[in-house]
Ligand binder design. Structure first.
Ligand code: SAM
Length: 302
């Protein structure tokens, strides 16, 4: 049985920061509980992506995003901002079941969406709450709800209730999010790749259940390498979504920048003759409207 979703409030956070001044993610120590200084609340000139190759060499630093540079594996805020603006409207509910440092929720709050975030690591949940404390005198999360829980068991979320899902799961065990203090239900601590696919399949079933018909789920996922070969995690995950009944609306190539181990691996790439992974897939899936399946005829046949 998986962990039930447990809502973490600002009061819980206040108690937590009395005892913890930082959280360790992988090997990085991340400070929480300090006053967040905001120099720029939102980007001045933000342009929506119009083609399916996205590249953000300058990761957005507005609002509290700049504080999350040390959260390994967090994504550029330009990603959720693009997806939220294109595929939801104000007051919609946006879910991120692998919320991490809260990048999706910060954007949901800035863009007046009701955000729901879940993470298996209580430390990550506290980082996300910390980063959501901006404006409004720092004492309200406005319309954001954060849960300590498991993406495989969204027990507090009703069927067909979510307008948009924007998420970014662990890529199997490439980064171990609970390395210093192993959390059994953390999908990044699973050693077998087949087991990882099985657990992600449970997440995908929950995503399908809670999303409204005709609405979208965006998921950022990259591949891996083992013994000199390319391991296509992203396509395996895409196939699980299709098997569940989702329709592929977009496959966006997201160029990777500034990876921590790039210098080391570039030397190995020459020495051992393999190419470095330099992109991830941002898949956008649609949960079909069940009263008009003819619209999806070509996608379903292919
Ligand atoms: C790639 S990170 C997400 C980063 C996030 N997009 C951000 O910008 O900070 C993946 C997250 O999944 C969380 N996680 C791992 N297993 C989980 C599970 N079973 N349920 C919910 N969250 C989980 C990890 O703790 C980690 O924070």
């Amino acid at each position: 049985m998986y962990k039930n979703m447990e809502k973490i409030t600002l009061d819980d956070y206040t108690e937590y920061v009395k005892l913890h001044k930082n959280v360790t993610i992988e090997k990085n120590i991340i400070k929480i509980g300090e006053k967040n200084i905001i120099n720029e609340l939102e980007p001045e000139n933000f342009n929506l992506g119009i083609d399916n190759v996205w590249s953000f060499p300058d990761r957005g630093k507005w609002c509290t995003h700049y504080l999350n540079a040390r959260y390994r594996g967090n994504y550029a805020p330009q990603i959720p901002r693009n997806i939220i603006l294109r595929y939801s409207k104000e007051n919609d509910t946006v879910l991120d079941p692998f919320a991490g440092s809260g990048t999706t929720l910060i954007e949901a709050k800035l863009l007046n969406r009701h955000g729901i975030g879940i993470d298996i690591n209580l430390g990550s949940v506290m980082i996300a709450i910390d980063r959501l404390k901006f404006n409004n005198n720092d004492n309200t999360l406005v319309d954001q709800e954060i849960f300590h829980g498991d993406a495989r068991f969204l027990d507090k979320i009703e069927d067909n209730s979510i307008d948009l899902i924007m998420t970014h799961p662990p890529y199997a065990n490439i980064i171990s999010y609970s390395e210093e203090n192993i959390i059994e239900d953390d999908l990044s601590s699973i050693k077998s790749i087949n087991q990882y696919y099985e657990e992600m399949d449970k997440v995908i079933k929950e995503i399908y259940r809670v999303l409204k018909n005709g609405k979208y789920c965006a998921i950022l996922i990259g591949d891996s390498r083992k013994n000199g070969h390319h391991i296509p995690l992203s396509f395996k995950i895409m196939n699980l979504f299709l098997k569940e009944g989702f329709i592929l609306k977009e496959d966006i190539i997201k160029i990777q920048h500034n990876t921590k181990t790039w210098n080391y691996w570039s030397k190995m790439s020459i020495k051992n003759n393999f190419l470095l992974l330099a992109y991830e897939h941002l898949f956008l899936f649609e949960k079909p409207l069940n009263n008009d399946l003819s619209k999806y005829k070509y996608s379903m046949e292919s």
